[in-house]
Design a protein around this ligand. Structure first.
Ligand SMILES: O=C(O)CCC(=O)C(=O)O
Length: 245
């Protein structure tokens, strides 16, 4: 990867990007979605639903709290800075939840092959970025995200890669290039591990299937909605403890 990229190692800590009241509103919004699904599928309990379903795709289309948070993140210029693009397009905003004791294990993978974008190989900035917002304090025991150092290589992870597991507080976020190898383990604690995953790409990128973008599903934010521009200095407030180093 080009050294001018703002994600030279594939991922970074963004520090706190959501205030406690925002985190609380997102947790409450998630509970609304959960209860809707419990009722819709007639599960006997939330736990029964969570045993089957751990991911809520496109949560922002179901509850306004997610859209409000997205709008804040875009206004603060976070995706614009990471992408080196003034106009970011939302690819998805999902909620992923590991209830206490959840055995959900996400194997090593890269996101890019699953994304709808067709990246421009001449770009120095990442074609897209995934912002992972912790809605609970997260650590390796509760199934926090793991990255491989040097994880932008196309080769599959091997034993010599170093596993990096950031510990985070609720409201803090990580960002990764969609080529970064990542994984997460089960939640071996009695705590929740809830997170919002917001994927953005440069709005000028075409879809890889050649179809036009559906602006209702994948809205492009106009440059005017972004407070900081592509040339802004990094707003990241990465701390050693956050990165687990
Ligand atoms: O939140 C997690 O545990 C993993 C999410 C992930 O890797 C993904 O959605 O690509």
């Amino acid at each position: 990867m080009d050294s001018r990229s703002c994600l030279p190692s594939g991922w970074t800590g963004l520090g706190c990007i959501a205030a406690p009241e925002t985190v609380e509103s997102l947790r409450t919004a998630f509970e609304v979605l959960l209860d809707e699904d419990v009722a819709r599928a007639r599960y006997p309990s939330r736990a029964a639903c969570l045993a089957v379903c751990q991911r809520w795709p496109n949560a922002w289309r179901r509850h306004p709290a997610f859209r409000l948070w997205l709008d804040d993140v875009v206004r603060d210029g976070v995706p614009a800075m990471l992408l080196g693009s003034l106009s970011p397009r939302l690819l998805y905003l999902d909620v992923i939840v590991k209830q206490p004791g959840s055995t959900l294990h996400v194997p090593w993978h890269q996101d890019l092959p699953h994304w709808a974008i067709s990246p421009d190989p001449t770009r120095v900035s990442p074609a897209g970025v995934l912002i992972w917002l912790a809605l609970d304090d997260v650590d390796p025991a509760s199934g926090g995200l793991r990255y491989l150092r040097g994880g932008l290589s196309d080769a599959s992870p091997t034993a010599e890669h170093i596993d990096v597991v950031p510990a985070m507080r609720a409201g803090e976020a990580l960002a990764h290039d969609p080529r970064a190898w990542h994984a997460s383990g089960p939640n071996r604690t009695d705590r929740w591990r809830r997170a919002c995953l917001a994927a953005f790409a440069d709005a000028s990128l075409p879809r890889k299937d050649g179809l036009p973008w559906d602006e209702a599903a994948n809205p492009a934010y106009p440059a005017s909605e972004s407070r900081s521009g592509a040339a802004s200095p990094s707003p990241t407030t990465v701390t050693a403890s956050m990165l687990g180093r």
